[in-house]
Ligand binder design. Sequence first.
Ligand SMILES: Nc1ncnc2c1ncn2[C@@H]1O[C@H](COP(=O)(O)OP(=O)(O)OP(=O)(O)O)[C@@H](O)[C@H]1O
Ligand SMILES: [Mg+2]
Length: 305
Amino acid sequence: MQQTAVLELINLRKTLKGKEIVKGINLTLFPSQIFGFLGPNGAGKTTTIRMIVGLIKPTEGSVSICGYSVAHDFVKALSNVGCIIESPDMYKYLTGMENLLQFAAMDKKISQQRIKDVVEMVGLQHRLNDKVSTYSLGMRQRLGIAQAIMSQPKLLILDEPTNGLDPAGMTEFRNLIRKLAYEDGMAVFVSSHLLLEIQQMCDVVSIIKQGSVIKTANVQEIIHDNRIEWQLNNPEKAIALLREHWNIEAVQLKKNTISGCLGQHPLAKINELFIREDIALTYCSTKQNTLEDLFLDLTEGDEIV
Ligand SMILES: Nc1ncnc2c1ncn2[C@@H]1O[C@H](COP(=O)(O)OP(=O)(O)OP(=O)(O)O)[C@@H](O)[C@H]1O
Ligand SMILES: [Mg+2]
């Protein structure tokens, strides 16, 4: 049986003031998936999210949420979404509880018990009756998350969610997201430029650069992708050989050092070829790959445009 996608983006594009900001994004997200949308500042993450939740209209392409088109069935589509974009919108002169009640009043399905539960999930029970104006950034973030998950949405969208959280807060947040996805079946879409955060939290990641997704991968596969560093005397030739024989895209790290992901290719065969091709190999080491390596490989030299 085929699972219904929680979120589907088809060829999503946005042009603003004559400039193409989002250039044809395709994406499918299923229940219980934690998806990371990773990209440098200005890559188009927030613009994509604004289109998903219907704050702006796509120039081309479509967004569906739980099978409902955002363009044609806005209310039904959005009834499945909880989101925080950039920073949570709160009434500062009200208390945390008053803010949540205000929000709950818009949705009859939200019970008093549910409010109590979400407040405990985000760890705000002791400050709930204080005014939001007295909250720290991290506390506001937690209140925003409480508000976003209150109606038990099938899709939770968080734009740079850990901004302002301390390390303990980040760990708690990660555990909360995992619980929502793996126990309650929520699909979670998290945008961030924090690599480690995405690596530790997400199952699948798409890297976006200048409005295009340049790579989508399973996070575990990236981490176990077997990255090697070689010190050798002819990096240009070595990079060309790797590309030609094994389709490996290596990068030059220093004058005589290159690095690349082997995948399933045997290192011994590669080193043999280097030597046959008169490359003097002085050192070779394995390094566990991180998302940061991949991100830097793919976005190297990227400037904010
Ligand atoms: N209303 C607008 N008019 C013109 N350009 C815009 C507008 N909104 C965003 N942009 C441009 O679109 C590009 C993408 O912006 P966006 O906010 O989507 O990036 P982002 O990936 O969320 O970045 P960050 O990590 O800094 O939040 C930027 O170059 C930005 O200047
Ligand atoms: Mg943004």
